[in-house]
Design a protein. Sequence first.
Length: 368
Amino acid sequence: MMDVNVYKIAMSAPDDVSGLKKLIEKGEINPNEIIAVLGKTEGNGCVNDFTRGLCTFAFRSFLAKELGKTEREVEENVAFVMSGGTEGVMTPHATIFTKREVGEGAASGEMSLAVNVGFTRDFLPEEIGTLDMVQEVKRVVLNLMESSGIEKKEDVHFVQIKCPLLTSDRILEAKARGNQVVVEDTYKSMGYSRGASALGVAVALEEIDEFRVTSDSILKDWSLYSSVASTSAGVELMNCEIILMGNSKKSISKYRMGHSVMKDAIDLESVIEAIKNSGLEVDKLPSEEQKKRIVNVLAKAEASPDGYVRNRRNTMLTDSDINHTRHARAVVNGVIASIVGDPMVYVSGGAEHQGPAGGGPIAVIIEK
């Protein structure tokens, strides 16, 4: 049996760990029980967004000092998943997950939030965005599901993955060994990495037939996607860090989770559906009391590849000044914030194979 807790803290800068420090000092969080830090940092979310690495470094160093461990020992047990880009009204923040083991006698028989973290092996540059990545993510996801006590695949509601991307040095390294990378455009490599990671989740949870996932289908066949995968690429790692979230009878958490899939960037109906799926019976929109029970909303966002939303043209893909993922994050955050009354929600850009083209998964964590 497990007891999972969730804490959301605002951040004044990518290296601001004061919110976590206060919770530890007040005795609300036992640092030994922290299993994951999921952050939204205020960089551009692109290849050169080093706020993700700075944020990871700050939290990892802080926990190492608190626990009297090396940073290597900390990162072997805690997943640090940082997603860059807080455009629009999105508030930079971190969500802290803790877990402790409890006796079997504590079981209530009802479904509660279960969270587990895991890590793939490091990938070679030429493996990023390929079937090798799909298979490795599939392996870890299945292991995490089993160790979380989640018996049914439909009880998995969100799988957050931080995955690597290609840099010029990594491309040259592969070529020096006589190997080719999936793409030499470092920005496009982010999409391949996110897409392959998402397809690994989809295959593991049997959302799609595995035989349909080929080298030619990655970033080409948009009919292949996961309804619960959320992947974010960064320069600060070479493996995938995975946070699997769902509901299980082997958890006594006071939280529960649900999800839905946004069909496009302004699909507020799916936001309501995700809230209802978490267990809140809202009437059209959540009441002020229900809003207080919403701990966080986790969502993916992307510009539709056809350049339209509801048959109306937009310029997200043709704006040469602002990357389309930045437009998409701002729009989706605005939609969600207007419904839940809080701009401090997690919206990650780049939803390749994560929900239908132009849309993306959305999950809600509530206090029961």
